[in-house]
Design a protein around this ligand. Sequence first.
Ligand code: IPD
Ligand code: CA
Ligand code: CA
Length: 258
Amino acid sequence: MKNTLYKSLEESGKILKEYMDKDFAVESKDIISNLVTEVDKRSEARIIEIIKAQFPKHNILSEEIGAIDKDSDTKWIIDPIDGTINYAHGIQICCVSIGIEKAGEIVMGGIFNPFSGELFFAEKGKGSFLNDRKIKVSNETIIDKSLLVTGFPYNTGNNPNNPVEVFAAFVNKDIPIRRLGSAALDICWTACGRFDGFWEYNLNPWDVAAGCLILNEAGGKVTDFDGKEYSIYGKEILATNGQIHDEMMRVIHGVKKK
Ligand code: IPD
Ligand code: CA
Ligand code: CA
């Protein structure tokens, strides 16, 4: 499966690079700011073609086409471009993300930004890698010295979890925060120690499937906002170096829900 995963990432990455400087069609999805481009669809079609050629009986869950159910215990979970808004604006902070779930557990994941050439990869029990280098989370223990990253859900204004107020609670503690626009890269950059912690509401399985394994295998911790066991099908993610996890949870809990 590793060869197929790498081939899928490399070939879809080529498509992202090829179209970056061309004109491509862009449409809105459920709400006007939630975009899908022709390149998302081309990337997705190529990935699925590669997977199907090797594993025709595996299940697939992919952002733009949805689920292909073959009654298999193995599911490829695909985000053909994570960071589509960045991509559509010519910002090269975006990636392809593919996670493989077997019997309900993520066993392999890869995330590739073809513009930076950074490919993050993890296999359950075997550690996490950035290209050929083994990676681990940061050692930061103090939240005030941390660098955090987050994203906002498309329905930020109406979200009962108050994403703006939670963001403000961290900002008011004078903690630096970045907002890259690609959840998959946010998690990878936490896994390799650039960030100390990441949180977001309302992500989908394809945003996080590969990233969660990469973070866990790099020694990080991922839970929901109550510190409970994380599911890629859940709506809350708190992914950290493990050291500042409880402190981040306290800040999030300090904000009353609507
Ligand atoms: C989005 C990105 C973004 C996050 C959004 C996601 P997309 O994925 O990961 O960082 O804030 O919630 O939907 O739409 O570019 O695949
Ligand atoms: Ca995504
Ligand atoms: Ca996407």
